[in-house]
Ligand binder design. Structure first.
Ligand code: SAM
Length: 272
C-alpha cells in the first residue's frame, strides 16, 4: 500500500509527498509534531501539518535566511534567532566569526526531536550558542541585550498560532530597539506568489526600519517552490552587498546574493 503525506497550507492548493516511514507523531503543549521519512526529500519535519524542514532542501532555506544579512552587516558579533528549533539557522550563523548566538524557541519538544532525527542540522554544542525555551515575543520585550542581527526563523503567522505575535508591528518595533545602530533584522516572509496580501501587510509592519528589501530564493518543499525573505536594516542596504564566504556553501554566493534582490516585475511593483 502506498502512503502519501498531503499538505494543505495554501487554500485550494495541496502538496503530496510519498512516505517511506513514519518516524514520529506526537503533540507537545503547543504544537503537533510529525517526522516522516520520504522518498523525495528524506526526513521531513512537520509542525501542525506544515512542512518546516527537509533533509534535502533545508540548506537552500537556511543559507538564504542567514547569509545575506550576515554579510551585509560589517561585523556581526551578537545574533538573536527567533524560533529556529530545528537548528539549521544557528548552524549557518555559527560558521561566521560571531561571539554569541541567542536562540529562543517556544517549544523544547521541537529542539529535542530535531537533535534526535536531524543530527546533521544543528551545532547545539557550540559554546557560543545560548538556547532559551520561551516565547520570543516576550523575550524581546523583556531583554535589555543589543544584537547586531536578528533572524526570524519561526513557523508561519497562522491566525491565533504561536508565531502570530512575531509578525506584529509591536514585535518589529521592539526588535528595532534591541538592534545596534547598524543592526539588521531578517525574516522569512511567506510565498510571495500565493500570499502577496499577507506579505504586503507584514511589509507595512516593518515600516519602522529605514531600509526594507525583499529578496527570494528556491525552497522546493515550500508552496510554489519559491520563498521570500525581507531584510529590514537601520543603515546598510543589503541589495548593494554580497560576497563569497570563506567556507563552503551549496546555495549562497555573491552572485546569488545580487540576483536574489532582483525581483520579477509583479513583485517590484509591490515592494520597491
Ligand atoms: N525553517 C522553518 C520555516 O521557515 O518554516 C521553521 C524553523 S523552526 C522549526 C520554527 C520554530 O518556530 C519552531 O521550532 C517553533 O516552535 C518556533 N516558534 C513558533 N512560535 C514561536 C514563538 N512565539 N517564540 C519562539 N519560537 C517560536
Amino acid at each position: 500500500m502506498e502512503l502519501w503525506y498531503v499538505q494543505n497550507y495554501i487554500e485550494n492548493y495541496q502538496m503530496a509527498l510519498k512516505v517511506k516511514e513514519t518516524l514520529f507523531v506526537g503533540r507537545t503543549k503547543l504544537q503537533e509534531i510529525a517526522i516522516i521519512d520520504t522518498y523525495l526529500y528524506g526526513r521531513v519535519l512537520l509542525l501542525d501539518g506544515i512542512v518546516q524542514t527537509t533533509e534535502k532542501d533545508e540548506f537552500m532555506y537556511h543559507e538564504m535566511l542567514v547569509h545575506p544579512a550576515m554579510v551585509t552587516h560589517p561585523h556581526p558579533r551578537k545574533v538573536f534567532i527567533v524560533g529556529g528549533g530545528d537548528g539549521g539557522a544557528a548552524r549557518e550563523v555559527l560558521k561566521h566569526p560571531v561571539e554569541e548566538v541567542v536562540l529562543v524557541d517556544i517549544d523544547e519538544g521541537v529542539i529535542e526531536l530535531c537533535q534526535k532525527y536531524f543530527p546533521q542540522l544543528g551545532r547545539w554544542d557550540d559554546p557560543r550558542l545560548r538556547v532559551y525555551i520561551g516565547d520570543a515575543a516576550e523575550y524581546i520585550a523583556e531583554t535589555r541585550e543589543t544584537f547586531d542581527v536578528i533572524i526570524m526563523d519561526s513557523t508561519d503567522p497562522i491566525p491565533r498560532g504561536v508565531a502570530e505575535p512575531l509578525f506584529s508591528q509591536e514585535f518589529y518595533r521592539r526588535a528595532y530597539d534591541r538592534l545596534s545602530p547598524d543592526g539588521i533584522l531578517v525574516s522569512q516572509m511567506e510565498p510571495p506568489f500565493f500570499e502577496a496580501e499577507r506579505v504586503k501587510k507584514l511589509w507595512k509592519h516593518l515600516g519602522v526600519f529605514p531600509i526594507l528589501r525583499l529578496y527570494w530564493g528556491l525552497v522546493p518543499t515550500y508552496p510554489g517552490g519559491v520563498w521570500s525573505y525581507v531584510i529590514a536594516s537601520k543603515k546598510y542596504d543589503p541589495s548593494q552587498g554580497g560576497k563569497d564566504l570563506p567556507f563552503p556553501t551549496r546555495y549562497y554566493s555573491s552572485r546569488i546574493h545580487q540576483a536574489a534582490f532582483v525581483l520579477p516585475v509583479f513583485l517590484e511593483e509591490m515592494f520597491q
